[in-house]
Design a binder for this molecule. Structure first.
Ligand SMILES: Nc1ncnc2c1ncn2[C@@H]1O[C@H](COP(=O)(O)OP(=O)(O)OP(=O)(O)O)[C@@H](O)[C@H]1O
Length: 303
């Protein structure tokens, strides 16, 4: 069997009193997108940078393409897109990408990649004069131009416009189809839901849940609607089967969970009608990854 693209076991990394990684374990496979999710400060960047060979673990085992992350042989086999870009500020976009491509035996065509990411018109512009979104796209191009077997993408779509976001998603889907292992960190749950084969939710330095997005969100559906705040949910519940749950969170947003048969929908809308309640956005849907994420990690802001 093909070795795992990334295998992290019991990873520990401390900064003084802070355990950025605290016994963290996960695996990533070739031809799959593995999304690392977690609140600010959860330990994602620390973990990814240890896998990339930029930081050293205090304890635990980390294997990347079957090797130690510091093995120089990995340099040409992995692609890294850093949040900070990592591109010299004076370098022109096109020249920079051609230079990076020249380090690899069988790179992608830099001009085609620039075109694909909407950077052709900016090819002669220096990095520091590119817009934030253009800089980010160039960093993505640099991460993939060498046809790596494994790519680390740290918040690749943060701050991108919708067109660039879609172009990035398509590129990630193509990488996956080509058998590349993609490790993606993102704060966009919809992005993870769309792209990831495997989601790893990290909090306080360890993994609190993992699995395919559909296994985390479950098959259960919810009835959701918006209406004026403070509806008498106890009264509504008394008209519904005993196991039904109704919540208002946040104010004016209602969720009903239970056996979602047509009669339940009819009862809810009839109750709304008899109470003069006009609903908006009435819909039946599965829980989203964002729902699961907030349930698991809480709603409080992280320091
Ligand atoms: N070089 C460092 N020195 C000291 N503390 C650090 C260092 N790097 C990270 N930390 C701390 O380790 C913890 C985890 O940080 P990390 O950057 O890995 O989180 P993250 O999940 O990537 O967060 P974000 O979503 O904000 O990028 C935080 O408490 C952070 O302050």
């Amino acid at each position: 069997m093909e070795p795992l693209a990334v295998a992290v076991n019991g990873l520990v990394k401390r900064y003084g009193m802070t355990a950025a990684a605290d016994g963290l374990s996960f695996e990533a496979r070739s031809g799959e997108v593995t999304a690392l999710l977690g609140p600010n400060g959860a330990g994602k960047t620390t973990t990814v940078e240890i896998c990339e060979g930029y930081r050293r673990a205090d304890a635990g085992s980390v294997r990347v393409l079957g090797r130690d992350p510091h093995d120089p042989e990995l340099r040409t086999r992995i692609g890294v897109m850093l949040q900070s870009g990592g591109v010299p500020t004076h370098a022109r976009a096109g020249e920079f990408l051609r230079l990076i491509a020249s380090f690899y035996a069988t790179p992608l065509d830099p001009a085609a990649l620039l075109e694909r990411l909407g950077l052709t018109a900016s090819a002669r512009t220096s990095y520091r004069r590119l817009s934030g979104g253009q800089q980010q796209r160039l960093a993505l191009a640099a991460a993939v131009v060498g046809r790596p077997e494994l790519v680390f993408l740290d918040e690749p779509t943060a701050g991108l416009d919708p067109q660039a976001r879609h172009a990035t998603w398509e590129l990630v889907e193509d990488l996956k189809a080509a058998g590349v292992a993609v490790i993606l960190t993102t704060h966009h749950m919809d992005e993870a839901e769309r792209l990831a084969d495997e989601v790893v939710i990290v909090d306080h330095g360890s993994v609190i849940a993992s699995g395919p997005p559909s296994s985390l969100t479950g098959a259960e559906r919810q009835l959701r609607f918006r209406a004026r705040p403070g509806l008498g949910l106890d009264e509504l519940l008394s008209a519904l089967p005993p196991a039904t749950i109704a919540k208002e969170s946040p104010a004016g947003h209602y969720v009903i969970e239970g056996d979602l048969v047509p009669e339940l929908l009819a009862t809810v809308t009839a109750w709304c009608a008899s109470n003069g309640v006009m609903t908006e956005d009435l819909r039946i849907e599965r829980r989203t990854l964002e729902d699961v994420f907030l349930e698991l990690t809480g709603r409080e802001l992280r320091s």
